[in-house]
Design a protein around this ligand. Structure first.
Ligand SMILES: NC(=O)c1ccc[n+]([C@@H]2O[C@H](COP(=O)([O-])OP(=O)(O)OC[C@H]3O[C@@H](n4cnc5c(N)ncnc54)[C@H](O)[C@@H]3O)[C@@H](O)[C@H]2O)c1
Length: 332
C-alpha cells in the first residue's frame, strides 16, 4: 500500500488539470511532491498559475518551472532530489486537433520528454514505480466497443495518439530492459473543476456564457466516455498502490483504461450544461473533424480488479460541479 515515508513523488505537468488535481490530493494526505511544469501557453497560463498558487500553500510541495525535454535541467532537478522513488508523469502536449497545427510540439514533449523522464527513472537504484498518462485516443480507428486493453491499437488517427502509443512502446522496452515497474493509464475525456479550456465542457460553457455558437462535430452524433476528475484521481491513487511486480517473468509494465464506462451523447452533455447555466446554446452542426473518433467507451474490468478503480460520478452530477466551479472562478 502507498504509505507516507521519507520518499517523494515527482509529478510532471503539475500545473495542468490532472497534475494539479492529483497533487492537491497527495499533499492533503501528507505526501511530499516535487512538481515540474514548463507553464507553456497552449492554453491560458493564468489558469495554470492559479492552480500552482493553491499547491504552493503546502510546505511539502516544491515546484520547478522546467521543460521535461531539457535533459540537463531535468538531471539537475533529479540529482537534487534523491528521495524521489515514484513518478507520475503527466506532462505532455495534449489535444488532438492542435497536433494537426503544431506537430513538433508533440514530438518534443511526448517523445523526447517521455524518454527524458524514463531515463531518470532508470538511473535510480531502489526506484519504485513509473506511472504515465496514455490516452483513449490510442484506440484510434478501432470500431469494436467498448475499447479493451486487450484490443490491438495500431491505427492512430492523429499524431497525438501516435505519440501516446509510442510512449507505451518505449516504456515497455525500458520495463523489459531495466525492470522499471511501470503503469500506463489510458484516460478517457476527463472533465471537472479546474479543467482544460481547450476541451468540450469548457469550450461549450464559455460559448454559452458569451453567446457564441458551439461547434458540434459529427452533427451531434459524437459519443464520449466522459470521466469525472475525482474518479480519475482515485484511479491514479489506485495505481500508486499497485506497482507491477518486479518478480514476474515478463516486463513489469501494465496498461489500464480509466474511463467512466458509459458512452454519453454529446448533445445530452450540452443539454446538461444549458440546464445548469439556465441558458440555451447556439449550435453550429459540423462534420467529424480530422483526427477525431466518433465514439469512445472504456472497458474497465482490469482497472477495477487491480487498481480498485470504481468510477462513481455520472455526468448529471459532474457537470453541475464543473459549472459551479466555473461560475465562481470566472465570477459569472
Ligand atoms: N484531460 C484528458 O481528457 C486527457 C485524456 C487523455 C490523456 N490525457 C493525458 O493526461 C495528461 C495530463 O493531461 P491534462 O488534461 O492535465 O493536460 P494539461 O495540458 O492541463 O496538463 C499538462 C501540463 O503539462 C505541461 N507541459 C506540457 N509540455 C511540457 C514540457 N515539455 N515540459 C514540462 N511541462 C510540460 C503543461 O504546461 C501543462 O500544465 C497528458 O499527458 C494528457 O495527454 C488527458
Amino acid at each position: 500500500m502507498l504509505s507516507l515515508s521519507s520518499s517523494s513523488i515527482l509529478v510532471t505537468g503539475v500545473a495542468g488539470f490532472i497534475g494539479y488535481s492529483l497533487t492537491l490530493r497527495l499533499l492533503k494526505h501528507g505526501f511530499t511532491v516535487v512538481g515540474v511544469d514548463n507553464l507553456n501557453d497552449y492554453y491560458d497560463v493564468s489558469l495554470k498559475q492559479a492552480r500552482l498558487k493553491n499547491l504552493e500553500n503546502f510546505s511539502c510541495f516544491k515546484f520547478y518551472q522546467a521543460n521535461i525535454s531539457d535533459r540537463a535541467h531535468m538531471q539537475q532537478i533529479w540529482d537534487h532530489h534523491p528521495s524521489i522513488l515514484q513518478i507520475v508523469h503527466l506532462a505532455a502536449q495534449a489535444g488532438v486537433r492542435y497536433s494537426l497545427i503544431n506537430p513538433f510540439a508533440y514530438i518534443e514533449s511526448n517523445i523526447m520528454g517521455h524518454m527524458t523522464i524514463l531515463e531518470l527513472a532508470r538511473q535510480r537504484e531502489r526506484f519504485q514505480h513509473f506511472i504515465y498518462a496514455s490516452s483513449s485516443s490510442v484506440y484510434g480507428g478501432n470500431t469494436k466497443l467498448p475499447f479493451s486493453i486487450e484490443d490491438r491499437c495500431d491505427t492512430p488517427v492523429s499524431l497525438y495518439a501516435a505519440t501516446k502509443k509510442a510512449d507505451e512502446l518505449i516504456t515497455q522496452s525500458y520495463a523489459h530492459l531495466y525492470r522499471i515497474p511501470s503503469t500506463g493509464l489510458r484516460f478517457f475525456t476527463v472533465y471537472g473543476p479546474w479543467g482544460r479550456p481547450d476541451m468540450a465542457v469548457f469550450l461549450f460553457t464559455n460559448a454559452i456564457v458569451n453567446d457564441h455558437p458551439i461547434q458540434v462535430f459529427n452533427y451531434g452524433k459524437m459519443k464520449r466516455d466522459f470521466t469525472y476528475i475525482d474518479d480519475i484521481i482515485e484511479g491514479i491513487m489506485g495505481a500508486l498502490n499497485a506497482p507491477p511486480s518486479q518478480e514476474a517473468s515478463t516486463a513489469p509494465h501494465k496498461i489500464y483504461n480509466l474511463g467512466n464506462n458509459k458512452s454519453e451523447k454529446l448533445i445530452e452533455f450540452i443539454e446538461l450544461i444549458e440546464k445548469e447555466l439556465g441558458k440555451k446554446a447556439i449550435l453550429e452542426m459540423l462534420p467529424l473533424q480530422a483526427g477525431d473518433v466518433p465514439e469512445s467507451l472504456a472497458e474497465i474490468t482490469a482497472s477495477e480488479q487491480d487498481l480498485n478503480y470504481s468510477p462513481t460520478t455520472p455526468i448529471s452530477q459532474g457537470i453541475p460541479k464543473f459549472i459551479e466551479w466555473y461560475k465562481e472562478y470566472y465570477k459569472v
